[in-house]
Design a protein around this ligand. Structure first.
Ligand code: SF4
Ligand code: SF4
Length: 364
């Protein structure tokens, strides 16, 4: 960080107004329904000021904090996935016409969004989904003009392991990047579009002390993480452990509920369904998120290829950490920790992969 500006907390609304007047819907963290999650945001007062989120396997609790920071907590309950890759959406409709059927595409008419406070892990997940859904017009309609105001993490949860996943806690690609200090944010410009956006704010430069404090806080967040992914060629190492007894052991606990896949910001499996109207005049072709833990996911050509939970858990973990590399040139895990937090059985991916590979579970 060679040059940076300083945005006082009191001027966060100026930034939000500036983004709104540039034509964006602002999405940011909000406390709703007992969790902090990304939601539409109009003013800075809607941010979760003074809250912290405790996250451990199978547990999520909010606590009031002594500090009055806006971002003193880690990954929101859900990532950015639903904002670009809708959980359920129509892809096209057919309508009966006098000479047959007419096809109506259903592209979303989406106003571009600006994400305020996008975490490094979530930005890494968006980059992975960009690769997978590169030719998906529905995804691209929401994604192509999105603006990202990143938040370099200074308060990781116990469930986080972005450092070992190589994705955080500092975000690497953004339009604007924020690091929160007690009275405001050290602000970095990451793109010409971001720079243009803040020009009218005429912000003062950050002092050397502020820049140093921001760097120290992010480095401390990295050092605080105790969970980690094993290093090395995980694809090859996991392929050699396909018959490990740990798959059966974890299946004794796993409910095959699919929560982990729904909470995961990179999981992209989906299914399609046709719904015909009762009068036979139209039909809709839609898609919805699916999960490799579900019964139908492994039902191929009349056979169930993964009848047991052990096979489904193994498929999920070996695909995500191993086979993704050959398919997409990256891991399917960005280390956000959501699959740990939102697993009702408290199953910890880092512990499971370490056990399968015969390693100690990350020094905890
Ligand atoms: S690992 Fe946990 S969240 Fe995932 S399917 Fe099993 S019980 Fe559900
Ligand atoms: S596998 Fe778990 S920790 Fe990794 S990106 Fe998905 S939800 Fe996050």
């Amino acid at each position: 960080m060679t040059h940076a500006l300083f945005l006082p907390h009191a001027r966060l609304d100026d930034l939000i107004r500036q983004v709104q007047s540039a034509g964006y819907r602002v999405i940011g963290p909000k406390l709703e329904a007992g969790v902090i999650h990304y939601a539409e945001l109009n003013v800075a007062a809607e941010l979760p000021w003074g809250w912290q989120a405790e996250q451990t396997p199978g547990r999520y609790r909010l606590h009031r904090s002594q500090q009055t920071l806006a971002f003193a907590w880690a990954a929101p309950a859900q990532g950015l996935k639903p904002w670009f890759f809708a959980p359920v959406e129509p892809l096209w409709r057919l309508r009966r016409t006098p000479d047959g059927f007419g096809l109506e595409p259903c592209l979303p008419d989406a106003k571009p969004i600006a994400v305020l406070g996008a975490r490094a892990c979530d930005l890494a997940a968006v980059a992975r989904q960009d690769r997978i859904l590169e030719h998906d017009p529905h995804y691209q309609a929401r994604r192509q003009d999105a603006l990202f105001i990143a938040l370099h993490c200074t308060h990781p949860a116990a469930s986080c392991f972005c450092t070992s996943a190589g994705t955080g806690p500092r975000a690497s690609r953004f339009d604007l990047g924020l690091t929160e200090l007690d009275t405001g944010f050290v602000l970095e410009v990451g793109s010409p579009r971001g720079g243009k956006l803040i020009e009218p704010l005429a912000l003062a430069g950050a002092t050397a002390d502020q820049i140093q404090a921001a760097q120290t806080a992010v480095a401390a967040a990295a050092a605080q993480q105790t969970r980690r992914l094993p290093a090395g060629d995980l694809a090859g190492r996991l392929a050699a452990c396909i018959d490990h007894p740990r798959w059966d052991a974890v299946a004794q606990r796993c409910l095959a509920c699919g929560n982990c896949t729904q909470a995961c910001p990179t999981c992209f499996c989906h299914a399609r369904r046709e719904t015909a109207s009762a009068d036979g005049q139209s039909a809709e072709h839609s898609r919805h998120w699916d999960s490799c833990f579900g019964e139908l996911h492994g039902h191929l050509a009349g056979f169930q290829v993964r009848p047991q939970t052990a096979q489904r858990y193994r498929q999920w973990l070996t695909h995500k950490l191993g086979n993704w590399w050959a398919q997409f040139g990256a891991s399917g895990c960005v280390g956000c920790g959501r699959c740990l937090t939102w697993c009702p059985a408290g199953i910890d991916l880092t512990e499971e992969v370490a056990a399968v590979l015969g390693e100690a579970p990350c020094g905890r």
